[in-house]
Ligand binder design. Sequence first.
Ligand SMILES: [Zn+2]
Length: 501
Amino acid sequence: MTAPAVAILGFSIECNRFAPPAVRADFEGRCYLEGQAILDEAAKPAPRAPAELSGFLEGMNASGAWQPLPIMIAAAEPNGPVEQPVFDAMLATWRAGLEAVKGRAQAVYGIMHGAALATADHDPEGTLQALVREVLGDIPFVCSYDLHANVSERMVATVDAFVGYRTNPHLDMHDRGAESARLIRRLLAGERFFRAHRRLPIVSPQTALLTAQGPYAEVIDLGQALAAQDARIANVSVMGGFSYGDTPFNGLSVIVTATDRDAAEGLAQRLAEEGWARRDRFVAHLTSLEESVRLAKESPVPLAFADVADNPGGGGRGNTMWILEAFHRAGVTDAIIGIIADAPLALEAHAKGVGARFTAQFNRAVASDDPYSKPFAAEAEVKALSDGVVVGRRGIFAGRTVRLGRTAWLQVGGIAVVVIEGRTQCADPAFLEHLGLDIGKARAVVVKSRGHFRGGFDEFFTHERIVEVDCPGLTSPNLRTFAWKHLPRPVLPIDAAATWP
Ligand SMILES: [Zn+2]
């Protein structure tokens, strides 16, 4: 086995049960690559593919000869559940690709998210992983996951090693790809891994799953510290989960991969107990809209306001108007609000051109029964336009090409509003700066992002200068406001009565 052949596939989307379904175009607009195109894309200076891919390729290249067998990678902005026929068609593509490498592939690497849904499948990653096993049998198989994964028993059972992100905002995708390569090398060399899995009845608000501070950070850090002291431990993954997936297997999960079964079970149990001991701290700390308006006007220092309830990175539509309307009515100045997904308005601004003044009609095309995306109109001037092809500068999009679609800076009174044709969370300052906006001169910067903006805007706003605003929306951290259908109950913090084990 001097140059082992390793199949590569990927499926990455985070699905909000309450958002409209994802369709094929959502993948084609972000990343849908088959065969050699996967390697061609990865070789570009700013690839569109998930960063794990580059990390994995570098990790494999650095550790000896090998032959990549690229199959298919599909990735999309978080959205609602994937239309079942769309996912079924992808499964057929993966199956054909796996059949084509059967007998040649000696290992498989899967770039997964872990919080996907299809309209008739709670666990599409588990389905895809089972397909890999069905076609290729018992060969080394390693998958990496976003830390918002809702971990099913099948996901853990069908891989040899389970590798989850450790940072939120996610800054270690590349590293986890490289780690996956190291684990595949170990498996190819003959090592055998065991996995242990514990799930707690804690479905945390997404805002309570930061890894710089807080209860989640403490459990992750402890897991890494204990793993470093025990050579039998190959990986420790503490997965916060994605509440809005609303699956039967939601819940903070610990997955330990080790060369020894007892070592895996012991550490998974210990970390689950540590998580449970912190259960009362997985709660949201939000600021009312009224107080946010006051802060935007009166704060002696510039502040970032996170519109956490309308995060496109969690399936939000990126177009609710609560903050824009309130800031505008209150006469807030020196503010930037971005990025608002409104294709008709972005296209109208492009048609009118820079310097045009007009009445900007936000959300004119939204269904009238949408409870969150309400219309709003205000006088605006087109200050700048772009094609929206932006290379990320900091945070989760750093070094990657993102297509925002046609983009406009509309000046609405004292507020610079960035409107885009597509739908993307505002996680990178380049999304605003490429239009000529100066973030450092703004008093208030509103971002439609739950937390990934922290990795991009950290050079402007420290943790203490971030306000998480309490507005209605598809990604509201007020979890009691959702009509859950599939969550295991009782569960914290929704139900006080949850118990474990
Ligand atoms: Zn995530």
